[in-house]
Design a binder for this molecule. Structure first.
Ligand SMILES: [Zn+2]
Length: 167
């Protein structure tokens, strides 16, 4: 293990540190000249719990065109296969098992932009765009509308309480 400014630490010493200090070692790619960390342990195949939660919340359903299978039943799939593509939300999407398999076993292709918009190209060359889910906030909207109406009428009643500032 190479530590910037210190040098190489033998593997058995690293293990000793982990054992005695309870330290967690994260894989990091460090620029040799500057010591700047270029990449951290997120550069693993498996998404962290936080990234996985982010993708599930963002997508809400399978991202294959027309599929509405809920995200909680989906796999989190790399749009560009790892390690060419990073394990980051902009390269991850929810796919149900059926469409996960279809992506890998058929000639469907997909690209994703940073905001999570996916463009799928069918084997015949036809393009489909799919978007992250929109939260169903129907219940919240009713509450908000009620509150807005109430505050509007309050504002109308109390219009004189906020005079324009005098020059
Ligand atoms: Zn699906």
């Amino acid at each position: 293990m190479e530590v910037p400014g210190i040098g190489v630490i033998p593997a058995d010493a690293v293990q000793e540190m982990i054992r005695t200090l309870g330290t967690t070692v994260t894989r990091a790619l460090v620029d040799w000249h500057t010591g700047t960390i270029l990449e951290t342990g997120a550069a693993t195949y498996r998404p962290t719990a936080a990234i996985r939660r982010h993708v599930l919340l963002r997508d809400q359903h399978c991202r294959f065109p027309g599929c509405e299978r809920p995200a909680k039943f989906c796999d989190v799939d790399h749009v560009i296969p790892w390690p060419q593509g990073p394990t980051q939300p902009a390269n991850l999407q929810c796919l149900c098992r059926h469409h996960h398999r279809a992506k890998h076993e058929t000639r469907w292709q997909v690209t994703m932009t940073a905001d999570g918009t996916s463009t799928w190209t069918s084997p015949s060359g036809r393009e489909y765009t799919t978007h992250p889910g929109t939260l169903d906030v129907t219940a919240d909207v009713h509450v908000t509308v009620g509150a807005t109406v109430e505050s509007d009428s309050l504002d109308a009643d109390g219009a004189g309480q906020h005079p324009e500032p005098a020059d």
